[in-house]
Design a protein around this ligand. Structure first.
Ligand SMILES: [Zn+2]
Length: 438
């Protein structure tokens, strides 16, 4: 199969000889040029569904004999041709068809060929959707393992024997499994927090990556991560609701409303009530219960080497700010509250949590000692969608969604990088001197 000259002509005409990729419009072929090189023309033509089954988007159900027809062809500049073929998951058949339709409609309008009927067709708008997922920029690269002097049932004894790290910012999660203690801290260091509970001589390091290839050890790794979250939230004053696996705010004193300062989406600074007694709309009397902002935090492995943190806003309901309300009474209240929370509200809620957790910085950095850290970006993962909807000028714009880097936050990351680089050298020396041992 090849493209017939009729289909080719139609394609060039409808696309105005311009790249159909949104906001590109590069003029590809000068219509008045009399030596149009056929090769150049063909190299600018992309198949929406590939010519053959093994090409980009080639598995889409479209008979082979239809694939060289004009309605399956898209005129693209070299750069955009490569982009769409390199990322077929992102540039799906549906999306490319939309590109084609939008582009050809624009060309029609510009060349005055538009009919009144077409003007009435649905307008597609581009909107940005934000997810509740945050990219993990860096995971601890190693897990350290050493024989434990105490059994895993003696977890409290172990906790008591731990020496807190000298650097107050360091976090020291650990688990004991099959006679070994696992941690993100290097157990070889004699002065480390676990010096009294493990046989430091027999410490070894395991690549975190190897843990993720083992379903059981992935769970161990998650245990370490969840303890890390526990420390982070604990430092921020949050409580752990074991039953619902979420963190929540508690009032400072009984009967007192709690507020925290944060940076909302469209303002510089504001406060938000995190524990309060809602008022009845009709009488302004308080309801007989308290609401607490709560959050479910979870790490997800999205592929071989990539992790995300999800932030799911929730609410906890109590009788008086402390005692949980009977569970049968809660259901309706929280569900009603949640079901009223749509798009902008939910985004605002997610934003509140990420701002609170990262302290308005571009990332959350949790350090486990030399060269080992967990870094989570505070930018929401997002995607652009095109759908029939409100024109952009009526939609509520979001600003402040990305935190600007300031010198301070850069310096923080840069320092960590330096530490990590030094540690690489250190780790590669088998018989290196013990760190922190003077
Ligand atoms: Zn282009």
């Amino acid at each position: 199969m090849t493209i017939t000259s009729k289909d080719l002509k139609l394609l060039l005409q409808k696309s105005g000889n311009r790249c159909a990729f949104p906001n590109c419009g590069e003029l590809l072929i000068h219509a008045d040029s009399d030596n149009i090189d056929e090769q150049t023309v063909l190299s600018n033509i992309a198949h929406i569904v590939a010519q053959k089954g093994d090409g980009p988007r080639g598995h889409y159900a479209l008979p082979l004999e239809e694939r060289d027809r004009e309605n399956n062809l898209l005129l693209l500049c070299e750069k955009h041709h490569k982009i769409i073929d390199d990322q077929p998951q992102r540039y799906t058949v549906e999306r490319l068809r939309q590109f084609k339709e939008d582009h050809e409609k624009r060309i029609e309008e510009l060349t005055g060929m538009v009919s009144s009927k077409q003007l009435e067709t649905i307008q597609y708008v581009t909107e940005r959707l934000y997810s509740n997922l945050f990219e993990v920029i860096e995971m601890p690269a190693h897990i350290y393992c050493a024989p434990s002097k105490l059994h895993q049932s003696q977890i409290n004894e172990i906790r008591q024997a731990i020496v807190p790290p000298k650097d107050k910012n360091e976090i020291y999660p650990f688990i004991v499994r099959e006679g070994n203690l696992y941690s993100f801290q290097n157990l070889k260091y004699g002065g480390g927090p676990f010096q009294h509970v493990v046989d430091t001589e027999k410490s070894r390091s395991i690549r975190a990556y190897d843990f993720w290839n083992d379903p059981i050890k992935t769970l161990w790794f998650l245990d370490l991560l969840n303890q890390t979250l526990n420390k982070l939230t604990g430092r921020k004053g949050l409580m752990w609701d074991k039953e619902h696996k979420r963190y929540y705010f508690q009032p400072d004193k009984p009967g007192e409303i709690k507020e925290v300062e944060y940076r909302p989406l469209n303002q510089a600074k504001s406060t938000k009530q995190v524990v309060w007694q809602p008022l009845k709309k009709s009488t302004n009397e308080p309801h007989p219960y308290w609401l607490h902002r709560a959050v479910n935090l979870r790490f997800h492995q999205v592929n071989q080497s990539q992790w995300c943190l999800s932030i799911r806003p929730e609410f906890r309901v109590t009788k008086n700010g402390f005692e949980p309300l009977d569970s049968e009474k809660i259901g309706g209240k929280v569900t009603r509250k949640k079901s009223r929370m749509f798009n902008y509200d939910l985004l605002g809620e997610i934003n509140f949590w990420r701002d609170f957790l990262c302290g308005s910085e571009p990332r959350i950095i949790l350090s486990f000692g030399k060269g080992q850290q967990l870094i989570v970006s505070s930018n929401m993962l997002q995607t652009d969608v095109q759908w029939p909807g409100m024109p952009e000028r009526y939609a509520k714009p979001f600003t402040n969604v990305e935190y600007q880097e300031d010198l301070f936050s850069w310096a923080k990351l840069a320092n960590l990088k330096i530490d990590a680089d030094e540690d690489e050298e250190f780790l590669s020396e088998e018989e290196g001197e013990d760190y922190d041992d003077e």
